[in-house]
Design a protein around this ligand. Structure first.
Ligand code: SAM
Length: 222
């Protein structure tokens, strides 16, 4: 069972996602629990202040350390817990990380907003700082959902067909140069769509030739 504890200023952003697949199935199977923690609940002033101006000047506001430290301490860390802060400056997230996280008992995700988070949260509270790519979003909520969803898909019984997650892109390390397996192109009916035809081999019934075609075409598009 993995407990996801998400610290965010916008818990409502998660709701629609969490009641749908794959989260719905994982909750039904008792494989995960998701707890959303509103950062404002860990403030101590009457205005529920979570941010302040950056020292040294600069635009925008920075999330203060106190409410975030207080949130993590009040959530409490289980034995194999990981505290992960989302930041474009972090280590790049990969399927390999998703696999690693799928073995944890608790994942605490800290979502930033505005100009970011006081650096002491990254250096003194977080076990890891993770980026989901070289671009900047307005908050850590989508990155948190991306991490959660990629982890949940790997839990046994969540996908209709277990082998689906075993054969997907990035699921295996290969020995042939490319660091990860990439899935081959997929086609469905109709066989001829406005003159765009499915490769003949896939409808040939020749399983050996189909396997060879899949292997040869398991490569990135660029
Ligand atoms: N000023 C920061 C910078 O230039 O690195 C960007 C802050 S961003 C507008 C606000 C928050 O969104 C971040 O604190 C982080 O939690 C989240 N965020 C934005 N892009 C992200 C990414 N690529 N990966 C992970 N988190 C991201």
């Amino acid at each position: 069972m993995i407990s996801f504890d998400v610290i965010t200023l916008f818990p409502n952003l998660f709701n629609e996602h969490l009641v749908n697949l794959p989260f719905k199935k994982a909750v039904e199977l008792g494989l995960i629990s998701v707890n959303l923690h509103n950062l404002r609940d860990f403030t101590e002033d009457k205005h529920k202040t979570v941010d302040d101006k950056p020292f040294g000047g600069g635009v925008g506001m920075v999330l203060k350390p106190e409410p975030i430290f207080k949130a993590v301490s009040s959530i409490g860390k289980k034995k194999s817990a990981r505290v992960i802060t989302l930041s474009p400056r972090g280590i790049k997230y990969t399927q390999k990380k998703a696999k690693e996280y799928s073995n944890l008992s608790q994942i605490i995700l800290i979502c930033g907003r505005y100009e970011g988070i006081d650096e002491r949260v990254l250096t003194n509270l977080s076990d890891e700082v993770i980026s989901i790519g070289d671009f900047v979003l307005s908050g850590g909520e989508l990155p948190a959902l991306i991490i959660m969803e990629s982890v949940v898909r790997l839990l046994p019984g969540v996908l209709e067909k277990e082998e689906a997650s075993l054969n997907e892109s990035f699921s295996k390390e290969t020995l042939n140069g490319s660091p990860f397996k990439i899935e081959y192109p997929q086609y469905t009916r109709p066989q001829n769509f406005n003159g765009l035809k499915v490769p003949d081999v896939l409808t040939s019934g020749n399983h050996k030739a189909i396997e060879e075609w899949k292997k040869a075409n398991s490569k990135p598009l660029i």
